[in-house]
Ligand binder design. Structure first.
Ligand code: SF4
Length: 496
């Protein structure tokens, strides 16, 4: 019976990493645990223990001894940096969405490998609390898989609150805790009653889908447990929410001063550089501005429109054309003539200042040939900016590109845009570009071919939004192209 059930599990879900496959495989190979493990796998698949209440009473839970501080330290990591590939599962998407809430703690209920897959993958910056830079995990082991990990999770939440006092605690399920049917919602609810701090379950285990599915599930958790749970002291007619901006490299810090100058208040940032409390207020905004590259957050904007009657627009703060259109659309949606006049004035003065600053860079950049690999390009900002800098762009992709990316390319380059599905090294030989922009996988190719290389993705350190972002792109291209290192590496070696 157990074998049949485990096979059905493998057929029913797509697994994204070795941990979840390992959880089931362990049952086959372990001489003593296999029966128990499949027992849990069976019930999980039959959806029974998803509602399994914690079997231990409140008193029993409170009496559970805490582990020593040393042991606890071993079981949670602090800002574990991960240089490898991200796992790109739904859990990963949920973390990408919620971890930028800076004063909250983020607790992963699963084996510690899950958090290792995510942590340090994105450089979402904070202007205040660094609470979110800690990472916490219940570090489930084989005994938790057999006997259930909900009690351990409950104790972990209590301990986390006692030691760190975060504004809220987000608890993430993973494949393993979901498969064994741990009652995460129950543990969160009971812990929240004891500690008096919001504890939000995020039900996005890796096997439910890819990253975008996790982003949607995380935004549903915000809608269900956070948005609308508190009222702001004051509201204005110009309150907006920014949705799908994660403050990578400080992107939001280029946007906020512009909006402030126009008299527009960002009530809630969802979620880059956000505080937990501001997201509770988001239902009082007059407009939701959704980042056009965060399509998975659109459902949230639609639900907020239905539930709180907040209209939404999809905009981009990257590249001058998109940026100007975004500012105009916000002003038009907020519907005040004076605001629209202020917006036009700001666009004129900022564009003039930008062009003056670009005067220095343009002569060295105009006409340069750039090869951009869009296979994993998460940041289309740079493409808009490069066009403004009048550089010659060749696009390539080593995989079939998504429909969404095809739409973006058409939007940026028109119907004549061509994507060459040819090996990058071959293109470098034929096209002889002045610079390659690609993921860090191609760093070695660039080094071998001795051409300047720029790795621009979500781990970037610079902000590309706003008018200042275009200057950043120009500066980065300029310094990369004119680095003295290229002249040196192209010289023949002394022994040649
Ligand atoms: S949640 Fe993601 S990282 Fe964790 S076991 Fe599942 S697929 Fe792997």
């Amino acid at each position: 019976m157990y074998g049949v059930l485990s096979r059905s599990a493998m057929h029913s879900y797509s697994f994204h990493c070795i941990h979840c496959i390992g959880a089931l495989a362990y049952g086959i190979t372990h001489p003593t645990l296999n029966k128990n493990l499949f027992h849990y796998a069976y019930f999980a698949l039959e959806n029974l223990p998803f509602k399994r209440a914690m079997k231990t009473s409140q008193e029993e839970i409170n009496d559970q001894p805490y582990k020593s501080e040393t042991e606890q330290n071993n079981h949670s990591c602090t800002q574990l940096s991960q240089l490898g590939d991200n796992c790109d599962c739904a859990f990963d998407g949920a973390m990408i969405t919620l971890v930028p809430i800076t004063d909250a703690a983020h607790l992963v209920h699963g084996p510690n490998g899950c958090i290792g897959n995510y942590w340090g993958g994105r450089d979402s910056l904070s202007s205040g609390s660094l609470m979110y830079k800690n990472c916490f995990t219940s570090d489930m082991d084989e005994s938790d898989i057999i006997f259930g990990g909900a009690k351990k999770l409950y104790r972990g939440i209590l301990e986390l609150q006692r030691r760190y006092k975060p504004a809220a605690i987000f608890v993430y399920s993973t494949c393993v805790s979901a498969l064994i049917g741990d009652d995460i919602n129950g543990a969160c609810r009971e812990a929240a009653e004891i500690i008096g701090t919001p504890v939000i379950p995020v039900d996005a285990p890796g096997f439910v889908g890819h990253r975008n599915q996790g982003i949607r599930l995380a935004s549903e958790a915000l809608l269900e447990y956070v948005i609308g749970t508190a009222e702001p002291d004051t509201t204005t007619l110009h309150d907006i929410n920014l949705i799908g901006e994660y403050n990578i490299g400080g992107d939001i810090w280029n946007i906020l001063p512009m909006l402030e100058e126009l008299g527009i208040r960002v009530l809630a940032k969802i979620t880059g550089d956000a505080r937990y409390q501001e997201i509770c207020y988001a239902h009082r905004a007059k407009l939701n501005v959704v980042n056009s590259s965060a399509k998975a957050m659109l459902k949230m904007a639609r639900q907020m429109e239905e539930r709180f009657h907040i209209p939404y627009i999809t905009e981009s703060f990257y590249g001058i054309e998109h940026l100007n259109r975004c500012l105009r659309n916000i002003a038009a949606k907020l519907g005040e003539t004076e605001l629209q006049v202020r917006t036009e004035n700001l666009i004129n003065s900022e564009t003039t200042a930008l062009n003056n600053q670009l005067d220095f860079y343009l002569p060295s950049l105009q006409g340069k040939r750039i090869l951009i690999d869009i296979t994993n390009l998460n940041n289309w900002a740079i493409v808009s900016a490069i066009q403004y800098l009048e550089m010659e762009v060749l696009l390539t992709s080593t995989n079939k590109i998504t429909q969404d990316n095809q739409r973006k390319i058409k939007g940026l380059f028109g119907d004549n845009a061509k994507i060459l599905e040819i090996e990058i090294s071959q293109l470098i030989t034929e096209f002889k570009p002045d610079l390659l922009i690609a993921s860090n996988h191609y760093q070695a190719t660039a080094m071998k071919t001795k051409i300047p290389f720029l790795d621009i993705n979500q781990e970037r350190k610079n902000a590309y939004t706003g008018y200042a972002g275009i200057i950043s792109v120009a500066q980065e291209l300029y310094t990369t192209l004119h680095s003295p290192v290229w002249e040196q590496v192209r010289r023949p070696a002394p022994w040649e």
